[in-house]
Write a protein that binds this ligand. Structure first.
Ligand SMILES: Cc1cc2nc3c(=O)[nH]c(=O)nc-3n(C[C@H](O)[C@H](O)[C@H](O)COP(=O)(O)OP(=O)(O)OC[C@H]3O[C@@H](n4cnc5c(N)ncnc54)[C@H](O)[C@@H]3O)c2cc1C
Length: 460
């Protein structure tokens, strides 16, 4: 039997024994059948059931609830959206960009409301995000982000901080300034996803675990196919497998898996915390292209996450990719660079998982005439976004339209990724270029000559 606690610290400490629920044993008829017991599948199922308590809804999961990114992430329950406000404004106009930013704020608050209503102790803490400029070259990025949100009329949720103010909050090396964003929280991802699964069941939903969906079909009676039989749905099937959806031949190019990796320290002593500060449990990041995200856990550890593990040809996803010695070693090195006072600290956990990248970096939700619903493409920012997507999808399936289903994520599709080996070449080039850009910045050098190309590829 698989030991699921090994997949992340969060699953290990979720408070559940992680014993799989019963698998599907035979063909069944339901109203809604959901593929995937991560946040997307569970939020969608949860809201559908809350709005329509008579619906028969089942969620089918290949492993256990929270096996995917939902049980492994960095714990940022954040209003940050994968596409920048400036790009959203350019694509959809200022009003739509503002509506989406407000909806993301509300998603952060809604996660707290549901945790409260359903007694899910997910260690929710609204500490905000402090993005640090580590080096003068990162200051303009903070200023530009602040200006973007100010143009949407949301400047009051952000504050540009001087180096001294930033250092007063948390003592990290080489900080020249910071941007504080208030509408953000952190959670214990494992407790959230496992708690949500139990809440869904309490309201009458059913989850089948260790049941792989091998195919699906839309139409008047859409179906999920499994080795034990098919699940025929009257109203809708929901494909909520995020990066794993790329394993279906017919969805192979709609989403691309990129690995994000995490290391975790032992709990720090109060003397160590006194040196570091970081008393408000803000989520921390810098403006690095290779992405860094830090969380102070409720039990006093530092979680440091970053990208960099190489994309594998053919969008391969495998357990071996959860650990990439070189990237994990680099992340440990980063912890010591940021916090030199921790030179003797022990690292207790290392893990990773795939995030789903759509070709235009824009999350989507859709419900088609063939009764296939899907939400995906969170680009590594899905903890709060899946809540919003789940509510939008529940609305689309119920046929009840409000302002939610007018948001730019509703009823849209992303372009498909290029065929291999073009995909591999472009992604590996970009991963390598982003690393070189960060290294140049760290050494006070100018950006490499091909930086504009890499930046262009990162946006288009
Ligand atoms: C290391 C890491 C760090 C991250 N950090 C953050 C963060 O700090 N903040 C943030 O906002 N986002 C973060 N993310 C992204 C976020 O976790 C995801 O966007 C979000 O969890 C996606 O949820 P999901 O339900 O769509 O997908 P998943 O959680 O991946 O769930 C998909 C589920 O579908 C199941 N499945 C797949 N195929 C099948 C099949 N054929 N049959 C049955 N079941 C199937 C899988 O087993 C899985 O359980 C991070 C992701 C990773 C990997």
């Amino acid at each position: 039997m698989t030991d699921y606690s090994k997949y992340s610290f969060w699953l290990e400490t979720s408070g559940d024994d992680l014993r799989p629920r019963p698998a599907l044993a035979q063909s069944i008829d339901v109203d809604v059948a959901v593929l995937g017991a991560g946040y997307t599948g569970l939020w969608t199922a949860y809201y559908l059931l809350r709005k329509n308590p008579d619906l028969k809804i089942v969620v089918v999961e290949k492993e256990i609830a929270g096996f995917g990114a939902s049980g492994r992430n960095g714990g940022w329950c954040s209003s940050q959206f994968p596409v920048s406000p400036a790009m959203l404004e350019q694509r959809y106009g200022l009003d739509a960009a503002r509506a989406l930013a407000l909806a993301m704020n509300d998603a952060v608050a809604e996660v707290a409301r549901v945790c409260q209503d359903e007694s899910i102790d997910a260690h929710y803490c609204k500490g905000g995000i402090l993005t640090l400029a580590r080096g003068e070259h990162q200051l303009p990025m903070l200023r530009s982000e602040f200006d973007d949100f100010a143009r949407l009329g949301l400047g009051d949720q952000f504050r540009l901080c001087s180096a001294a103010e930033a250092q007063g909050r948390v003592r990290v090396t080489n900080v020249c300034g910071a941007l504080f964003a208030s509408e953000n929280a952190s959670v214990h991802p494992g407790r959230l996803v496992r708690g949500l699964a139990r809440a869904f069941e309490r309201h009458g939903g059913v989850i089948y675990e260790r049941t792989e969906v091998t195919d699906f079909a839309g139409g008047a009676s859409p179906r999920l196919l499994t080795p034990a039989g098919e699940i025929r749905a009257r109203c809708a099937i929901v494909l909520a497998g995020e990066s794993y959806l790329s394993r279906f031949a017919k969805l192979h190019r709609v989403i691309l898996p990129i690995y994000s990796l995490i290391t975790l320290t032992e709990p720090l002593t109060s003397a160590q915390w006194a040196q570091i500060g970081w008393q408000n449990r803000e989520n921390l990041a810098s403006c690095n292209y290779t992405v860094d995200y830090l969380t102070r856990t409720a039990d006093g550890r530092i979680l440091f996450g970053s990208r960099g593990a190489p994309y594998r040809m053919g969008s391969r996803i495998s357990d071996e990719q959860d650990r990439h010695a070189e990237t994990h070693a680099r992340i440990q090195q980063l912890v010591l660079e940021w916090f030199p006072m921790l030179r003797d600290v022990k690292f207790t956990h290392a893990w990773g998982g795939p995030v789903g990248m759509p070709r235009d970096w824009m999350p989507m939700t859709a419900f088609s005439a063939t009764k296939i619903a899907t939400a995906r493409g969170y680009t590594g920012q899905g903890v709060a976004t899946t809540n919003l997507a789940g509510r939008v999808l529940a609305e689309l399936i119920s046929g009840k339209r409000t302002a939610l289903s007018q948001l730019p994520i509703a009823q849209r599709n992303s372009p498909r990724w290029e065929i291999e080996p073009l995909r591999w070449l472009a992604i590996r080039y970009r991963q390598n270029a982003f690393y070189r850009i960060d290294e140049a910045g760290k050494q006070g050098k100018r950006k490499p000559i091909d930086a504009p190309l890499a930046e262009f590829l990162g946006r288009h």
